[in-house]
Design a protein around this ligand. Structure first.
Ligand SMILES: Nc1ncnc2c1ncn2[C@@H]1O[C@H](COP(=O)(O)OP(=O)(O)O)[C@@H](O)[C@H]1O
Ligand SMILES: O=C(CO)[C@@H](O)[C@H](O)COP(=O)(O)O
Length: 480
């Protein structure tokens, strides 16, 4: 029985699953926490990965491994392979001004956004790596001048597992690189002109910067570090966490996932590239050769973590409170822009409770409004997806907050559709494990693994909650 390891290096933690390559059966698993913050020393991810591997009983007996990771984070490397500065993560919004500059340089306003959507499939927001590079070029020119290679979290970790110190050995996949802002997923090519303009250097100079090789979905990109006894482990290219999640739950055309981890993400698979000039939908690539349009929010599970802190309760108690309240929380709406927002692009926004009254100032309604506000934000993302003509036949709820009974029961009312909830699991790590098994198998498509049990949640739609949210979502104040 060959074993494979799948790794999810996500915003808040690192998870490792070890599965049977043929059947997908879970053999063992482990995890470790990541530090807080939107600026992180990548060494912390490496330390957490080693701790999670230990907690999973090691990987000496696995035949292949692959890494899924939080997308977009800027890992700038110098010519000796050292990390130049702490990585700026996908949820770091300091590059908001750089976004404006980059859109203006390609025509400004709607014209500039449309130009970017055509060039890279997405309109820049502070999450995209390209905007972080522009920020560094302006704010830290001494660091920008040292850049010899740019990696993202998952491909840097794959490189560390390989033990290589050669920048030329960096490798990635389409799903990850399509979120950089200097790769055209429709053409399958790096855009060195955009990399150069981000760093305020010429295209020719940009071509001397090493970018990870973009490997095919089932291509071996190296082997593990023999100094650690991992020389026999075949490495897959890995991918962005959302693409690995789609592979983990086995999404096909018409299947949509709503993931509520640190980010809230509505994802669909599409056979053709998606280019949305409004910027609501990011036109990324999938980990299987197709495309993966996404609507991504900065505010996911931590909206509920914050509500728990405010009310002094745990997640289960928050759910009990929310389910004890009536739909609509006695007229109160929560706009959950707690970390600014990305979809819509409002990097300086703050959250609000709107419509508070003596009737609604109680723990039940505060809990209900928090769950409803989070789900309304995600339902707007789903609507943007259907507006783009992406088919939506079924919706699966995944991510840390998908375990929450209030989220499970209120989601069908807010989305106005049945919601499928697979058994709790680490679907990003599972997708990475499935990719590793695919690399090992030499099959043309990923191996078929038994799908997990799914529970269907149904509810009467509460359209008025969304309508009221739509009237109030503009009523926020900017961070001072
Ligand atoms: N039962 C629950 N209800 C609501 N949120 C939960 C629950 N269990 C875990 N979470 C939250 O889910 C998040 C972790 O989910 P995860 O998908 O692993 O995030 P990420 O991939 O971004 O690191 C944390 O914010 C955690 O507090
Ligand atoms: O920026 C995006 C996708 O574009 C986020 O989805 C990150 O990939 C972080 O993922 P989580 O850690 O929240 O799973």
């Amino acid at each position: 029985m060959a074993l494979v390891a799948g790794i999810d290096s996500s915003t808040q933690s690192c998870k490792v699953v070890i599965r049977d390559a043929e059947t997908g059966r879970l053999v063992r698993s482990g995890s470790a926490q990541h530090p807080d913050g939107t600026e992180v020393d990548p060494q912390a991810w490496w330390d957490a990965l080693l701790e999670a591997i230990d907690a999973a009983g090691g990987i000496d007996d696995v035949a292949a491994a692959a890494v899924g990771g939080q997308q977009h984070g800027m890992v700038a490397l110098d010519s000796s392979g050292e990390v130049i500065r702490d990585a700026l993560l996908w949820n770091d919004t300091r590059s908001a001004e750089a976004v404006q500059q980059l859109v203006n340089e390609y025509g400004g306003g709607d014209q500039g956004k449309a130009a970017w959507a055509r060039m890279i499939g997405s309109v820049p927001v502070p999450s995209l790596t390209v905007t972080k590079l522009r920020w560094m070029a302006d704010a830290e020119p001494q660091n920008a001048q040292r850049v010899a290679a740019v990696a993202l979290p998952h491909d840097w970790l794959t490189w560390k597992i390989s033990g290589s110190e050669r920048l030329e050995d960096l490798a990635t996949d389409r799903s990850e690189v399509s979120g950089t802002g200097y790769y055209d997923p429709a053409a399958g090519q790096y855009r060195y002109d955009l990399l150069g303009s981000a760093l305020r250097i010429s295209e020719e100079q940009a071509r001397s910067i090493i970018l990870p090789k973009v490997a095919a979905a089932n291509e071996e990109v190296g082997t593990g570090d023999s100094a650690r006894g991992w020389g026999h482990i075949v490495l897959g290219p890995g991918g962005g966490d959302n693409a690995m999640g789609a592979l983990g739950i086995g999404m096909g055309t018409g299947d949509v996932s709503v993931s509520i981890g640190t980010s809230g993400v509505v994802a669909a698979t599409s056979p053709k590239p998606v280019q949305d000039p409004s910027g609501m939908i990011a036109g990324f690539a999938s980990a299987t050769g197709e495309f993966l349009p996404l609507a991504v929010t900065l505010n996911g599970s931590r909206v509920l973590d914050g509500a728990c802190r405010m009310l002094g309760v745990d997640h289960d108690q928050l759910a009990e409170l929310a389910l004890a309240a009536q739909p609509g929380a006695n007229g109160m709406t929560m706009v959950p822009y707690l970390e600014g927002e990305r979809t819509p692009n409002l990097p300086h926004a703050t959250g609000s409770f709107i419509g508070m009254s003596l009737a609604s100032m109680n723990p039940q309604d505060i809990a209900r409004a928090s769950v409803e506000g989070l789900l309304c934000l995600l339902a707007d993302g789903l609507e943007a997806m259907t507006d783009m003509g992406v088919p939506v036949n079924s919706i699966q709820l995944i991510g840390g907050a998908a375990k929450n009974p209030a989220v499970q029961q209120i989601a069908p009312a807010i989305f106005g559709r049945d919601i499928l909830v697979p058994e709790p699991g680490e679907y990003v790590a599972d997708g990475a494990a499935r990719q590793a098994a695919w690399v090992l198998s030499a099959l043309p498509t990923a191996p078929e693994w038994t799908a997990s049990e799914v529970t269907t949640f149904t509810a009467e739609p509460t359209r008025f909650v969304r309508e009221r949210y739509a009237q109030r979502r503009h009523l926020f104040t900017e961070r001072s």
